[in-house]
Design a protein around this ligand. Structure first.
Ligand code: GDP
Ligand code: MG
Length: 255
């Protein structure tokens, strides 16, 4: 059986870096791993994907052919990728059983909030495969409690959208000091402390709304694992593997 892991997150959160470094880590632990690039707009990748949407659709060609601006071209290229899904799906089927890491378009909204992303996920996740989402966030932006909350809500919206098991990866932990890491982990473990942080800056509409936001956040964090990682330094990948294995085969190992 294969586990398809969709790597989703805002632009610059480190999806492509993570795809490359987690692939290397898995392979060094003898876990068969393939990579798929579904970003038709990426120019340079740190890894050579086994399956690459750019073989069929490349944003620069779309830009020239249709005379669109950069955003329109990315959307059009992603929509055009749908035509080639059967070929992409077949190429994935030909890969060995094991992990399939799927790198998604730089701008997450193209994949998460438009129809084409949902169609891609549903088509590739056929019955004989397990599927999960690894949602990446930039931990260096999470030192601000408001930003942490809004980022987690972004992850929640992907969870709501794709209806797949999801783990949140707070990437770029190498950019944080020990005390910053501790602070963020403490907020996540005890979201009620976030309510206190947030209410330090009083705003007219705030008190009641903040209480509701923190309640939703607490519920989300009670079902969704959050792991701090560094894609650049391959830190905490054991923990990512642990959670993905739970999704894959109830925690059973490959040995
Ligand atoms: P994507 O748009 O989500 O695919 O993001 P990329 O993988 O292209 O990364 C965006 C930028 O963040 C690049 O400059 C990466 O080198 C950098 N980056 C990615 N992961 C890490 C990390 O763990 N630590 C640090 N310091 N930088 C990272
Ligand atoms: Mg990328």
């Amino acid at each position: 059986m294969k586990l398809l892991v969709y790597i989703i997150g805002p632009a610059g959160s480190g999806k492509s870096t993570f795809t490359a470094s987690f692939r290397d880590w898995l392979q060094s632990h003898n876990v068969p791993t393939a990579t798929v690039n579904l970003d038709p707009a990426v120019e340079n990748l740190d890894y050579v994907p086994d399956v690459d949407v750019r073989e069929y659709v490349f944003v620069r060609d779309v830009l020239e052919e249709y005379g669109l601006g950069p955003n329109g071209a990315i959307i059009a290229a992603t929509d055009l990728s749908l035509e080639h899904l059967p070929k992409i799906s077949k190429s994935i089927d030909e890969e060995a059983e094991g992990y399939v890491l799927i790198d998604t378009p730089g701008q997450m909204e193209v994949f998460t909030f438009r129809q084409s992303g949902g169609i891609m996920v549903n088509t590739l996740c056929s019955k004989d495969k397990a599927c999960a989402v690894a949602f990446l966030l930039d931990a260096s932006l999470s030192i601000d409690p408001y930003n942490l909350v809004s980022q987690i809500f972004l992850a929640a919206s992907a969870f709501y959208r794709f209806k797949l098991p999801l783990i949140v990866l707070l990437n770029k932990m190498d950019l944080l000091s020990d005390s910053e890491k501790e602070k963020i982990l403490n907020w996540l473990a005890h979201p009620e402390t976030l309510e206190f942080e947030i209410s330090k800056v009083p705003r007219d509409y705030d008190a009641h709304f903040t209480g509701s936001v923190v309640r939703v956040l607490t519920e989300f964090l009670s079902i969704i694992p959050v792991v701090m990682v560094s894609a650049k330094k391959s830190e905490n990948f054991e923990e990512v593997y642990f959670y993905l294995q739970q999704i894959y085969m109830g925690g059973e190992d490959f040995e």
